[in-house]
Design a protein around this ligand. Structure first.
Ligand code: FES
Length: 156
């Protein structure tokens, strides 16, 4: 009879974890595009900015929240970061939105649409469309925040 040692238990556990992770990834490949999985597992621009020029935090109908910060210099978005407690699709959407607006002027960023995010990702399942809407709503709110702060600055 094999003696169960701590080492055996932990390597069995590691193997089981690896197997489960592979199964989940395989299942996700059937649901999401490769691009969505890539952005969800290796998201860009995650974090917060110190003294952002515009900021917003929006909670979607699913109860998940996304926060976005933009840094604007001479009317250009020079940096954009986000954090979310949402699903993998919202991670992917936040990543794509930040990449889409970096380097754009405020006016150009306002023309970015939900369908642009979906087009980069190669689409999302119907039940995840609201995740891209959440990312875009947060961007628009951050742009509005920047505009309203700037308006009051210009007045004073
Ligand atoms: Fe809530 Fe995707 S952001 S389910």
């Amino acid at each position: 009879m094999e003696k169960i040692t701590e080492k055996n238990e932990s390597s069995d556990f590691d193997e089981l974890t690896k197997k489960i992770e592979e199964e989940i990834l395989e299942e996700e490949r059937g649901i999401y595009t490769e691009k969505t999985l890539e952005e969800a597992y290796n998201p860009k621009n995650v974090g917060e900015l110190e003294a952002p020029s515009g900021a917003a935090r929006v909670t979607g109908p699913c109860g998940d929240t996304l926060q976005m910060h933009i840094k604007v210099e001479e009317n250009k978005i020079v940096d954009c970061k986000y954090i979310t407690d949402g699903c993998g699709a919202s991670m992917a959407c936040g990543s794509v939105v930040t990449e889409l607006v970096k380097g754009k002027t405020i006016e150009e960023a306002l023309t970015v649409e939900d369908k642009d995010v979906l087009s980069v990702l190669g689409g999302l399942p119907e039940e995840n469309i609201h995740c891209s809407v959440l990312a875009m709503d947060t961007l628009r709110a951050a742009l509005e925040d920047y505009k309203s702060k700037n308006k009051s600055k210009n007045k004073s």
